[in-house]
Ligand binder design. Sequence first.
Ligand SMILES: Nc1ncnc2c1ncn2[C@@H]1O[C@H](COP(=O)(O)OP(=O)(O)OP(=O)(O)O)[C@@H](O)[C@H]1O
Ligand SMILES: [Mg+2]
Length: 239
Amino acid sequence: MIILKGISKKYAAVCALDQVDLKIPDGGIYGIIGKSGAGKSTLLRTISLLEEPDSGEIWYGDERVDTLKGRELLLRRRRMGMIFQNFNLFSSRDVTGNIAYPLEIAGLHRKRINDRVEELLDMVQIKDKRGARLRELSGGQKQRVAIARALAANPEVLFCDEATSALDPQTTRSILGLIRDLHRKLGITVVIITHQMEVIREICEELAVLDGGRIVEQGKVDAIFARPQTLAAKELVNV
Ligand SMILES: Nc1ncnc2c1ncn2[C@@H]1O[C@H](COP(=O)(O)OP(=O)(O)OP(=O)(O)O)[C@@H](O)[C@H]1O
Ligand SMILES: [Mg+2]
C-alpha cells in the first residue's frame, strides 16, 4: 500500500497540492483524474519522489520514504517505473540502447543486460524493432519502448502520466491492453494519471478525483462513474 498523509506542495502563490490523503492498494490499477492544473502531475512527481512535498508523509508499506536521501532515495526510486505522454526517450540511443539504459545504470553485466533486453522486447512485442532509431517508430511503438525501459529493473510500481494522451484511440487501446497484461503477469501496482475518461473506465479499479490540489472524491470506478458526488467529478465523468 502506498499511503499519502497530508501532502501539500506550493509553487510560489500556487497551492498545487493541498493536504492530500490517499491510499493506493498494492497490485491494483489506480486512476487519478482532474482538470488541467488540478495537480495531477505534481501529485505523481511527489508520490514517485521526484519532488519533495512541503509537508506531509509518504509511506510505501511500512517504510516512510519522503525523508529518504542520497543512496537510499536512489535505490527506492529504482523500484519505480515511469512513463509519460511525450515518452521521454533518448533520441541518441536506438531501441535497445533505451531499454538497456536503466540496467547499465544499475551496473549489470553486458550479457545479463542483453538477455534482459531481449526478454523486454518480447514482453512489449517489438522484437523486430530492436535496432531501430527512435525516429523510425510510431507513437505507439515509442510508448512500448518506454514501457520496456520503465519495467527493465523489475519495479514494484508503474506510474503513467498521460501515457496514452498523444495516441489515437486504437493505439491507446493497444497500449492499455499491454499495461493490463503486464499488470496481470507481473503483479505490479499501476498508477495512471489521465484526462481520458475511457482509459479510467477501461482499466482502472479505483479512482481519485483531484480538484484544485485536493482529493475531492475517491472510490471504485463503477461507483464514481454511476454516481459522482462532487461537481468536479460530475464535470469529468459526464462529458
Ligand atoms: N515546477 C513548477 N513551477 C511552478 N508552478 C508549477 C510547477 N509545476 C506545477 N505548477 C503549478 O501547479 C499547478 C498544478 O500543476 P500540475 O502540472 O500538477 O497539473 P496537472 O493536473 O498535471 O495539469 P495537466 O492536466 O494540464 O497536466 C498548476 O497551477 C501549475 O501551474
Ligand atoms: Mg499534468
